[in-house]
Design a protein around this ligand. Structure first.
Ligand code: ADP
Ligand code: MG
Length: 341
């Protein structure tokens, strides 16, 4: 299965208080897919804490024990894209049949369904089909089902059927164990004091923890310096701060259009359809708040409109954020994507 990444296994997933329930539920599911009450199994937690790793580990474990099972791993984003493509190519039946033929479906980051009503409808049917035939469904999300917004109620209610298990930020001991495991598998040795220092400084994301170690190694190679506590200290200073990046209007437009499933050309056009206007106004609002572009430049970019149109768009979005909870979630979701990419 090309979609499964062999590097993500249970063996190299460090267990801690932060992930104990999720890990053991995942292990149970891996050994009896579709045969436990954990269906769906929903793993949720903040970014970089191991959801994808664990979800993939379940898939790999199933393939190891039961090689004949059809296991598919797909990110929600890719699923949405495939759906749009199948609509365009008139292959919607193939698309649905493909997923309904699986024994196990692992769908990553289902919060990305927000705002995509058509794709949610299709997934709702696939979900029901698989669940009725006792096929295993594994989902990941950045929030608990009860806190997910922008998703249809009937889909959310199904997400709550099985077990939702959260993954939290690891404690210091677990962070050190994760670093050591990674060092061991990469054949690296670092002084204990350095491991402890790095693990103390970075406490919110395992991905950043690993990233810090990688750049520490790179710096030591580059400067031909031993990794000691001093190098670790000076390096981490830059590492923690160096996350600022310029955001372009193209990128904002791309994110917004993907989010609302509208073609990019429409946003720049004169079309007055509600969903297009909404995407256009949110794009302008985000461009004003996240780029240094002037109102004139923004108006120009989004279809040659003048600066008063941009002001009106921003005002409208601000009003809607105040009065419409669902709308507010949309904007926040997109903003989060802007910042994490
Ligand atoms: P998420 O999907 O929640 O954003 P990932 O699964 O991509 O997070 O994890 C980010 C990185 O941290 C990956 O390289 C993963 O292997 C690693 N990681 C996370 N949790 C653990 C853990 N408990 N043990 C070992 N590695 C972990
Ligand atoms: Mg992930």
């Amino acid at each position: 299965d090309p979609q499964l990444n062999q590097n993500y296994t249970f063996e190299n997933f460090v267990e801690g208080e932060c992930n104990r329930l999720a890990r053991s539920a995942g292990f149970a599911v891996a050994n009896k897919p579709g045969g436990t009450s954990f269906n769906p199994l929903m793993l949720y937690g903040d970014v970089g804490l191991g959801k994808t790793h664990l979800a993939q580990a379940i898939g790999n474990e199933i393939k190891k024990n039961l090689p004949d099972k059809l296991v598919i791993y797909v990110s929600c984003e890719k699923f949405c894209q495939q759906f749009v493509d199948s609509l365009k190519n008139n292959t919607i039946n193939d698309f649905v049949n493909f997923y309904q033929a699986m024994d196990v479906i692992i769908m990553d980051d289902v919060h990305n369904f927000a705002g995509k009503e058509k794709t949610q409808d299709i997934f709702f049917h696939i979900f029901n089909h698989l669940h009725q035939s006792s096929k295993q469904i594994i989902l990941t999300s950045d929030k608990a089902p009860k806190d997910l917004s922008g998703l249809e109620e009937r889909l959310l209610s199904r997400f709550k059927w099985g077990l939702s298990a959260d993954i939290q930020a690891p404690d210091l001991e677990t962070r050190m164990a994760i670093l050591k495991k990674k060092m061991y598998s990469d054949g690296i040795e670092l002084p204990e004091a350095v491991v402890e220092y790095v693990a103390t400084q970075i406490d919110n994301s395992v991905r950043e923890l690993e990233g810090a170690m990688v750049s520490l190694l790179a710096q030591s190679t580059l400067n031909k310096k031993e990794i000691d506590l001093n190098l670790a200290k000076s390096m981490l200073k830059n590492f923690v701060k160096n996350t600022h990046k310029e955001i372009s209007m193209e990128y904002i437009q791309k994110l917004v259009c993907e989010y609302f499933e509208v073609p990019v050309e429409m946003v720049k056009s004169k079309v007055r359809k509600r969903e297009i206007v909404q995407a256009r106004q949110i794009s302008m609002y985000l461009a004003k708040n996240h780029t240094k572009s002037s109102l004139k430049t923004i108006g120009n970019f989004f279809g040659g409109r003048d600066h008063s149109t941009v002001i009106y768009a921003c005002q409208t979005v601000e009003d809607l954020i105040e009065t419409d909870k669902k709308f507010k979630t949309y904007v926040q979701d997109i903003q989060k994507k802007l910042k994490t990419s």
